[in-house]
Write a protein that binds this ligand. Sequence first.
Ligand code: DON
Length: 336
Amino acid sequence: MGNQGEIELIKSPIQGFIADLHHRYQHLQDGVVANYIPELAKVNPKLFSIAIATVNGDVYAVGDVDHLFTIQSISKVFVYGQALADRGRDYMLTRVGVEPTGDAFNSIILDEQSKRPHNPMVNAGAIATTSLIKGNDPTERLNRLLDMYRRYIGHDVFVDISVFTSERSTGHRNRAMAHLMLNFGMIDAQIEPVLDLYFQQCAVMVNCRDLAVMAATLANKGVNPLTQETAVDSGCIKDILSVMYTCGMYNFAGEWAYKVGIPAKSGVSGGIIAVVPGQMGIAVFSPPLDSRGNSVRGVKVCEELSQEFGLHLFDCSSRFWDKLGMIAAPTFRNGN
Ligand code: DON
């Protein structure tokens, strides 16, 4: 938490716990940084930060919290929310499904019958989603997305031009997917401006603290807990968190739901966000990835946080109620 870090470290059990997690996992060497976008391969694999923002507006952070990196696939969550707000849920469902794939984030598979991409968290679904962002021209559409990010974070953001152009000149797989969807009428717009906007939304620069505040905004019914500005209509939150829960961690989504049990999203630059509805947003940044494209340290940290604070959505013995000195749920007796 910037210059308040040391005070928080002594006072808060949350700050103490994330500082301990950071200390324990900073020497973990597993994983490899993404290199299929050439510019991403230049990152320092040692960078590591953890941040938690509560719905009350408290922020706890440790490590390289000011380091800026590109948001990559974590953008898919927020752009899906914007597309839901722009087009409505029923229309979105005609263009992008909500089924987990069990496949990698970049799989070139569409639903056999409907020809829709399976969900908005994989690349194909995210590209289709981006094509539905409203605006009269490419500049207006980009500005609408940048303004959306600003509402979630609380300050202006910008696109890293070198990462954007690096992906634009090498992203042939995404280009192939866009053409396939154009072929099936799942994209109406011209391909290149859609891909440009998708690569730009992925190349927006954030730090770990920003991501925690974005996640906390989702946890707080779409209202940024630091600025009180509405970032997304509260009616979209349930839909956004549902696809994060079932699809956000790609072909690790099932195991993640089982072990960690909260909606989450990862990105190839090494970020992970997780949302505890009504309570907090969590963010971890550490570039080395596992074979499914999820940050190795990020997964470990989230597993431990969930365990320590009883965050799993289906954990009926939630320590939250214990802390309030209340009984978790009414006890049902046979025959009553
Ligand atoms: O489209 C891509 O491949 C990247 N811009 C984003 C992929 C990504 O972050 C997947 N996450 N694990």
